[in-house]
Design a protein around this ligand. Structure first.
Ligand code: MG
Length: 384
């Protein structure tokens, strides 16, 4: 069996690092074809020396850093113009999208248009252009095996079943850092306290989104696109232990769940080996020690981002692009201590309400909505 050639976009982020751990365990099965990274050039350099990819795709900063340094034959390319080309190369089989932001959309579409297996951990692309991506994937026989733990769980629970017999899905949410905090106290917490997530270690943006439950809102939109569901078929369940990663209910009342330790190597490895499975070398779940799993209804009044995302998903068109861009700008302002935590929702909601939605947008219209929303959010924030 020939080794699979893997491209990892965002190799120095948490998804990229976990992907390389999976690859390291099975050197005969996987080969790193290309790595891309924006800022962490020192770590990228180590990765290049360990995994010897054919290409490293870097920003200006990387170009400067690597000038005159030995790369053992790894060729340097630039993130601004080479990502779409590199994922489309004939010998590439899998593309792991660990980079965040809407910048992933171009390479995602390119991978799909070239019939690759895509393993997205990135949410933005599926949120803002999910319909387009899924349409192109069908057209070009591309396979999308999601890496986000909830979407991976649903994907796994759908295997071997008859799709028309699906009734609904339960998207589980650990509840984030604010689950047990009263809403009146939200703005009294420091940025550092918000960033201290009890279950998952992730980037700053997604940790804030987990606290406001906007992340779950994005996952609703993502699930609707990935699995072609209606808003009514998606129910969010708070499950603080984060052991059940999501569930699917069928028409006969049977519910199939995917459980496991909270380690991203499981969904990443599954995306690389699908439809097979391999030993991941992780500690098994200890049910006797767990004793109980807890569930609650999400508090929609305390976390209005969730209802907003549902309303946005229902409208579709360019609105998810606006939601995503406005949230990104507002979270950035929060992390820079320009606004309070509850101002994130306040500004995002205003921008969403002001947008004139375009139905069935093309890629340009989606990106135009993104630009508009960012400007509008900055305006709203300056008027707060
Ligand atoms: Mg998730």
């Amino acid at each position: 069996m020939a080794a699979k050639n893997i491209v990892i976009l965002g190799s120095t982020g948490s998804i990229g690092i976990s992907t390389l751990k999976v690859i390291e365990r099975y050197p005969a099965r996987f080969r790193v074809f290309a790595l891309s990274a924006y800022n962490n050039v020192q770590l990228l350099e180590k990765q290049i020396h360990t995994f010897r990819p054919r290409y490293a795709v870097v920003s200006d900063r990387g170009m400067e850093y690597f000038r005159g340094r030995s790369l053992n034959g790894t060729k340097l390319l630039h993130v601004d113009h080479d990502l779409e080309d590199i994922v489309a190369r004939r010998s590439v089989s899998h593309v792991v999208i660990g980079m965040r932001g809407s910048a992933a959309l171009g390479p995602f579409l390119s991978a799909v248009n070239n019939g690759k297996t895509v393993a997205p951990a990135n949410k933005e692309a599926l949120v803002i252009a999910g319909e387009l991506i899924m349409r192109q994937a069908r057209r070009h026989n591309a396979v999308i095996v999601p890496v986000d733990s909830e979407q991976s769980a649903i994907f796994q629970c759908l295997q071997g079943q008859n799709r028309p017999e699906l009734k609904k899905i339960y998207l589980t949410a650990s509840g984030g850092t604010l689950r047990t905090v009263a809403r009146q106290r939200f703005d009294k917490l420091s940025v550092a306290e918000i960033l201290n997530h009890p279950r998952w270690k992730m980037g700053k943006k997604i940790t804030v989104d987990s606290a406001t439950l906007m992340n779950k809102g994005f996952e609703i939109i993502e699930a609707l696109r990935l699995f072609d569901l209606t808003v009514e078929q998606v129910e969010v369940v708070i499950h603080p232990e984060a052991i059940i990663h999501s569930m699917v209910e069928y028409v006969d009342g049977s519910i199939i769940a995917q459980l496991g330790v909270t380690d991203m190597r499981i969904p990443i490895q599954y995306a690389l080996t699908y439809p097979q499975r391999l030993d991941a070398g992780l500690k098994p779940l200890n049910f006797a020690r767990l004793k109980s799993l807890n569930f609650e209804k999400p508090d929609y009044r305390k976390f209005p981002a969730l209802s907003l995302a549902v309303a946005v998903a229902r409208q579709g068109g360019t609105l998810p692009s606006v939601l995503n861009a406005a949230d990104e700008e507002a979270v950035e302002a929060f992390l820079n201590k320009q606004i309070k935590l509850t101002d994130i929702y306040r500004s995002v909601e205003k921008v969403v309400a002001r947008h004139r939605v375009r139905a069935k947008p093309n890629l340009n219209q989606i990106l135009e909505a993104d630009v508009w929303a960012r400007e509008e959010t900055r305006k709203v924030i300056s008027e707060l």
